[in-house]
Design a protein around this ligand. Structure first.
Ligand code: SAM
Length: 232
């Protein structure tokens, strides 16, 4: 993605996806932040159910997550909801090169999808909190936002239980799906850690396999046939 495409915020538009939840559209890339079949539906399925709930079912108690692309903060918010509901401490590191303008964030309707009165204040805190430090958003959810490009970020080895790989699609932003990036990501995963993404491209699966990850092709969210989960 060019710098222009990433931070030219006046051009990013609010859209409504098929499940009624909002997303953002980037005209320069002709790309949306989420599936147009349903943003909340996609996030819940790919990242929460196939990622977080899967690791919880394996008995993990303290879960460390790394997200590629904080974007609207939807994945962060739904993760905070899960952590609260199941009383599981989650530490969430999210990298974002081009933060979304807060005026646009305020228009997003995500908190109405959560049955939690605190969701609104959490969502605001997710976006207004300091970068590059641990911020307690709720008793079970701590956020560390990193404002830099993924290409420039050096993650520590064997740190994360889950990777939410939520970059724009490979045909829009190929550099973020490069094997060198995937290799660094794989190194940052703990043994038993998982990588989840909405993308199910053959090249991605071959690359993840070449990094000795165990690749599963799982049913995708409504409107999308498949997704990928890779385990270390
Ligand atoms: C598909 S959207 C992420 C959606 C997000 N997870 C959400 O819930 O709204 C991709 C995100 O990656 C960010 N991004 C683009 N290039 C990046 C880069 N080189 N490094 C880190 N983040 C980048 C974009 O600004 C955008 O927020």
């Amino acid at each position: 993605m060019t710098k222009e495409a990433g931070n030219n915020e006046e051009k990013i538009k609010l859209i409504t996806t098929d499940d009624g939840s909002h997303s953002l559209y980037v005209p320069n890339l002709n790309e949306t932040y989420h599936s147009f079949h349903g943003a909340v539906q996609e996030s819940r399925h790919v990242f929460i159910e196939m990622g977080l709930a899967h690791q919880k079912s394996r008995g993990l108690k303290n879960i460390k997550i790394f997200e590629v692309g904080l974007g609207t903060g939807l994945n962060a918010l739904l993760t905070a909801e899960f952590a609260e509901k199941h009383q599981i401490p989650v530490h969430f590191t999210s990298i974002e090169a081009f933060p979304v303008d807060f005026e646009l964030i305020k228009q997003l309707n995500y908190t109405s999808y959560l049955d939690l009165p605190k969701a609104k204040s959490w969502f605001e805190k997710i976006h207004t909190s300091q970068w590059n430090e641990d911020i307690v958003i709720s008793p079970f959810f701590t956020l560390n936002k990193i404002q830099t490009k993924l290409e420039d970020y050096v993650a520590q080895g064997s740190t994360f239980d889950i990777i939410y790989f939520d970059a724009f699609a490979p045909n829009k932003q190929a550099e973020l799906w490069d094997i060198t990036i995937l290799s660094d990501i794989s190194n940052s995963m703990k043994h038993g850690g998982i990588f989840v993404t909405y993308c199910a491209k053959g090249q991605l699966k071959r690359d993840l396999q070449s990094l000795h990850l165990n690749v599963e092709t799982l049913p995708g969210p409504p409107g999308k046939k498949e997704m990928v989960r890779a385990s270390k």
